[in-house]
Design a protein around this ligand. Structure first.
Ligand code: APR
Length: 261
């Protein structure tokens, strides 16, 4: 993407350089360049599997093996993946004082591994697995280890067949603390940087509206169009792993990389 003085990239860098309470809102696309397929868009997971059968509470209760067959491989991919330049640039933008937090829909843990500190995980994180019958919990790694011989995996305490990871399925509410933290951040930030989300899954996709309605700058990074492009202050069309480091470089070059907080 060209970075002339009037380009969307230059506009975005100027806005970000002036931000003191910026918030990043990320989706699956920020991890695409780490080798994790997105859900929608080209080659997305939901173009191969039915999301209702695979990842809704009703589908899971009807047949948990459908979820586990898909999740078994995806979790391995999560474990092998490394943070990419987009995750690293977001961590650097937090360290330099332009972003205060990341609100993410992702459950892959890559923002944390990249060094981001204030992370709100709207859709949970998959490190633990809970039995929906008796409530007992065990680490995902232990359940993962027995998936080759036990599908669906069974609860070690009660034998129940509905062991569910601590991530949010369709038809479930979001973790209350994470949702209220995200609402607070979207309602008080001075800039919202949206990266790699199709902005189609509610309630998460409603958060940008809280920033838009206050008139704070909203930036979008995505190689494909999103429903909010026409309302954004800058749309940076391309892969996050290329655009965010460039954005970070321009913010740093503007000499305003260490704001007084
Ligand atoms: N850089 C930036 N964006 C990218 C890249 C990339 N390299 N590659 C793809 N994208 C974009 C796609 O164009 C798409 O708009 O990332 C977006 C990913 O959208 P989704 O797959 O819908 O991901 P997300 O918005 O996070 O989905 C929300 O849906 O199924 C659920 O629970 C799941 O948390 C997920 C939720």
């Amino acid at each position: 993407m060209p970075a002339g003085p009037d380009s969307p990239l230059a506009d975005a860098a100027r806005l970000l350089a002036g931000a003191r309470r910026g918030v990043a809102f990320t989706g699956a696309g920020v991890s695409a360049e780490s080798g994790i397929t997105t859900f929608r868009g080209e080659g997305g997971l939901w173009t191969k599997y039915d999301p209702v059968q695979t990842a809704s509470l009703a589908g899971f209760l009807a047949d948990p093996a459908v979820y586990w067959r898909v999740s078994r491989d995806r979790w391995q991919t999560y474990r092998r993946a490394e943070p990419n330049p987009a995750h690293l640039a977001l961590a650097a933008l937090e360290a330099s004082g332009h972003l205060t937090a990341i609100v993410t829909q992702n459950t892959d843990g890559l923002h944390r591994r990249a060094g981001s500190r204030h992370i709100v995980e709207l859709h949970g994180e998959g490190g633990r697995v809970r039995c929906l019958s008796c409530g007992s919990e065990e680490p995902r790694a232990e359940v993962q280890a027995r998936l080759s011989s036990e599908l669906p995996p069974l609860c070690r305490r009660c034998g129940g067949r509905h062991l569910k990871p601590t991530v949010v399925f369709f038809g479930e509410g979001l973790p209350a603390a994470a949702l209220s933290a995200a609402i607070e951040l979207a309602g008080t930030c001075d800039l919202l940087l949206i990266v790699g989300s199709s902005l189609t899954v509610n309630p998460a996709a409603m958060l940008p509206d809280l920033a838009l309605r206050r008139g704070v700058p909203v930036l979008i990074v995505n190689p494909e169009p999103t429903p909010l492009d026409s309302r954004a202050d800058a749309v940076l069309s391309g892969p996050a792993g290329l655009i965010l480091p460039e954005l970070m470089r321009l913010v740093t070059a503007s000499g305003d990389s260490s704001p007084v907080l």
